[in-house]
Design a protein around this ligand. Structure first.
Ligand code: GDP
Ligand code: MG
Length: 151
């Protein structure tokens, strides 16, 4: 129920912060410790009259930690089930990593590239669809507009 939207990105990029911003509540745990989100957290939110199911995921990276590895598998499952994918990154290198890692998996999906931490990183969004600051609630309504258009 609800259009599934997966939030995908490397650890600490602000995925859980973005989930909370979209849900307008502190649902997911946010810390500056990489690997905080180990399980996929999801919730329904109506945006402009359309019901979305937002799925926060564990960060995608190479790891040897068992629980984290399971989390990454869950992220891939979440991504497979999603109709819309929000790729969150803060630096160009992360964007390139995600593009390479998920090229195949997202072929039949609608993808939005979102550059987060606009408050601290350089204010250039290279080919990205959106520049936001999840923590400061900047760009969230623009993101909601995009989601509405893609639904
Ligand atoms: P996740 O691992 O991708 O889920 O990242 P979190 O949402 O847990 O956030 C990781 C850290 O980045 C936390 O300390 C957040 O407060 C911080 N953060 C998230 N969004 C922003 C932002 O827009 N600007 C800044 N400066 N920090 C942010
Ligand atoms: Mg998280």
């Amino acid at each position: 129920e609800g259009i599934p939207v997966a939030i995908i990105g490397q650890p600490n990029v602000g995925k859980s912060t973005l989930l909370n911003a979209l849900l307008k509540e502190e649902k997911a745990i946010v810390t500056d410790i990489a690997g905080t989100t180990r399980d996929a957290i999801e919730d329904i939110m109506v945006v402009k009259g359309i019901k979305f199911r937002f799925i926060d995921t564990a960060g995608i990276r190479e790891t040897i930690d068992t629980v984290e590895t399971i989390g990454i598998e869950k992220s891939k499952n979440a991504l497979q089930k999603a109709r819309i994918v929000l790729f969150l990154y803060a630096e160009k290198a992360e964007r390139d990593f995600l593009a390479l890692q998920f090229e195949e998996l997202v072929k039949d999906k609608k993808v939005l590239w979102i550059k987060n931490k606009a408050d601290i990183s350089e204010q250039i969004a290279e080919q990205s669809d959106l520049l936001i600051s999840a923590k400061n609630n900047l760009g969230i309504s623009e993101l909601e507009d995009k989601l509405f258009q893609l639904a």
